[in-house]
Design a protein around this ligand. Structure first.
Ligand SMILES: [Zn+2]
Length: 252
């Protein structure tokens, strides 16, 4: 099983103002304030799919279609969970949207999700997807942005991914796109580095979905695959605390 992951794209920054009272981290979560996002707006956000092309994904037309259907099904659930957690309305649009590629031209509160073969920049890292979050220059709230999902998850080989892993990846990247950072911390090994998969956990072997390179329910060492499948794509209590903090920061 390959790593399903998630780096965070660069965000153009201009001396973000820090609101007094904002909270940027807690147990198992962290906000992307280092990249200029400090809060989630109460105004609705809409997730859109970019039409996959066989040349960009290296998948057959039939596989593109299957991958897109899988992402849409998860994004609908992710949007519903985000709406319920934050009180800000998230929806998945039908149809297709043009690519977004620059925060200066990205549409407000639009998050596009597309498929590409090895989209991670720099380096086109195999198995990595990537979110590119933008921030509102006026108040440092999440503006929207774009996500590229690695089409290798649908290609037999090292990076092929189960439906549960794809679901976790999708919610992880959406988390980045609205202002959640990786939740890694220097833990048990106390080597002064927040290593891959080094995140808070519990007796159910959960990791924050925002753990890098990927986490989720039952995803810590020794976790059960039944639990992974049961809660595929769902934010954990730690991610939920981070999402609620993002929303609360908007008005504090
Ligand atoms: Zn990530």
């Amino acid at each position: 099983m390959g790593v399903l992951a998630a780096g965070v794209g660069l965000v153009a920054l201009s001396n973000p103002a820090h609101a007094a009272g904002d909270v940027y981290k807690g147990t198992g979560w962290r906000i992307l304030n280092g990249r200029g996002i400090e809060s989630l707006s109460p105004d609705p956000y809409v997730i859109h799919i970019v039409k996959p092309s066989t040349s960009a994904t290296k998948l057959s037309a039939a596989k593109n279609k299957a991958a897109e259907a899988q992402l849409r099904a998860q994004l609908k659930k992710t949007a519903a969970q985000l709406t319920s957690i934050t009180g800000t309305k998230f929806t998945l649009a039908s149809g297709y949207h043009k690519e977004q590629k620059d925060c200066s031209t990205a549409e407000r509160h639009v998050i596009t999700v597309g498929l590409k073969y090895r989209p991670f920049t720099p380096g086109n890292k195999p198995g990595y997807s990537q979110a590119h979050p933008c921030s509102a220059t006026a108040n440092q709230s999440a503006w929207g942005g774009w996500i590229w999902v690695d089409s290798e998850y649908w290609i037999p080989g090292d990076w092929a991914a189960s439906p549960a892993r794809v679901s976790n990846m999708m919610s992880h990247e959406i988390g980045h796109s609205i202002g959640l950072d990786h939740a890694n911390v220097d833990g048990p090994d106390a080597n002064h580095t927040a290593d891959p998969y080094e995140c808070v956990s519990n007796s159910s072997k959960d990791l924050p979905l925002m753990c890098s390179p990927n986490g989720g329910h039952g995803r810590a060492k020794g976790g059960s695959e039944t639990r992974v499948k049961k809660y595929a794509g769902q934010y954990t209590k730690w991610d939920i605390a981070g999402l609620k903090a993002l929303k609360a920061n908007f008005s504090r």
